[in-house]
Design a binder for this molecule. Structure first.
Ligand SMILES: *Cc1c(COP(=O)(O)O)cnc(C)c1O
Length: 382
């Protein structure tokens, strides 16, 4: 099957009892047994639930994996990956990460004896130079949040594996989605999503996903999902399945609108810099062109007036773009990383990588582009 067909049919069978075309919501915690241990494959919904199974099969299909796992949030999916490690193990991660990922690494897992090194991953040598005998995991996000840097997944994977084939490569594919890039095909071992964002696509649930292509790794992750218990519920699994069925057409419009917004801002006299991998002046544009089918709907930019007051004036004056955390829904959102999504990163770290008061992040939705551009124009002139 090709990608668009997979979003609708991947891993999906009609429900057995009734032939229901859409996977029903199995809102049950437990399942009848005819004799102890004799059941129809389901015992207790922390272990497995048919609605979640349908979603997990869809997750595996859209990322070209063999196994998928659905969690109660994106962060609990990341937590599951880190629990495969042991005290003393080292993780190399990108230096421009989702704020919550950074917080989990530095404030939760550090105290259990894991070590983290943060490097700028758009230079591959930074990653290989940081590898030691204790390195067990590379954690990369591309495009990064919020600065839209691009890391070369194929080159990083092959270079790291050449140094030590046991090091796992995990990619947070939330921003790109499998519509734009499929990291397992590029050499990564684990794909992670905040399904809260584009996979769900309608800002109506919080969920995480992991996808892998190795049976042994899948078994390990499934054990942790079951033993730690951060599973997605049946209703949310149903909503995510419904969202995924339109992922490809939503992404087409997100990309179209994202490109138009990036070009509009790039020419605007009040705008200082635009961060969008589809722009030819983006430092990683060539890698993005090679790695991604298109460039997505996330656009960050900086006002020429670098004061916090100027940024706040803009943020308070959009009407179609809603000022809110999160991204990837059908509706357009605007966000101030410094005070919102990335407030958990200590100020010196933030300033070092360029997350300053003037930086604004847009999640460009699938509304009419004329309304989006008029809204930005209006807010820029306040
Ligand atoms: C939102 C987000 C997360 C965290 O996911 P939750 O569903 O909010 O727990 C992780 N990575 C990226 C890139 C995100 O945007």
């Amino acid at each position: 099957m090709k990608f668009n067909t997979k979003t609708i049919h991947g891993g999906q069978n009609h429900e057995e009892a009734t032939g229901a075309v859409m996977p029903p919501i199995f809102q049950t915690s437990t399942y009848a047994q005819t004799s102890p241990g004799v059941n129809k494959g389901y015992e207790y919904s922390r272990g497995a639930n048919p609605t979640r199974t349908a979603l997990e099969n869809s997750f595996a299909a859209i990322e070209n994996g063999t196994h998928g796992f659905a969690f109660s949030s994106g962060l609990s999916a990341i937590d599951c990956v880190l629990r495969t490690l042991n005290p003393g193990d080292e993780v190399i991660a990108g230096d421009d990460l989702y704020g919550g990922t950074y917080r989990m690494f530095t404030r939760l897992f550090k105290k259990y004896g894991l070590e983290f090194t943060f490097v700028n991953m758009d230079v591959v040598a930074n990653v290989t130079d940081a590898i030691t005998a204790k390195t067990k995991l590379i954690w990369l996000e591309t495009p990064t949040n919020p600065l839209m840097k691009i890391a070369d997944i194929a080159v990083i994977s092959s270079t790291v594996k050449a140094v030590d084939s046991a090091i796992l490569i995990a990619v947070d594919n939330t921003f790109a989605t499998p519509y734009l890039q499929q990291p397992l095909d590029l050499g990564a071992d684990i794909v992670m999503h905040s399904a809260t964002k584009y996979l769900g696509g309608h800002s109506d649930l919080v969920m995480g996903a992991l996808m892998v292509k190795d049976a042994k790794l899948a078994e390990e992750l499934h054990f942790i999902q079951f033993a730690a218990g951060a599973i997605a519920g049946p209703m949310d699994s149903f909503l995510a399945l419904r969202g995924i069925k339109t992922l490809h057409i939503r992404m087409q419009r997100h990309c179209e609108n994202g490109r138009a917004v990036a070009h509009f801002l790039n020419k605007h006299p009040k705008v200082g810099a635009v961060y969008y991998p589809g722009l030819e002046n983006h430092p990683n544009h060539e890698i993005a062109k090679k790695q991604m089918r298109d460039f997505g709907g996330m656009v960050s930019f900086r006002l020429k007036d670098e004061s916090r007051a100027a940024a706040f004036k803009f943020l308070e004056n959009t009407h179609v773009f809603t000022l809110a955390e999160s991204l990837g829904g059908v509706e357009s959102l605007v966000n101030h990383p410094t005070t919102m999504t990335h407030a958990s990163i200590p100020e010196p770290e933030r300033l070092k990588i360029g997350i300053t008061d003037s930086l604004i992040r847009l999640s460009v939705g699938i509304e009419d582009i004329e309304d989006l551009l008029a809204d930005l124009e209006h807010a820029l002139h306040q």
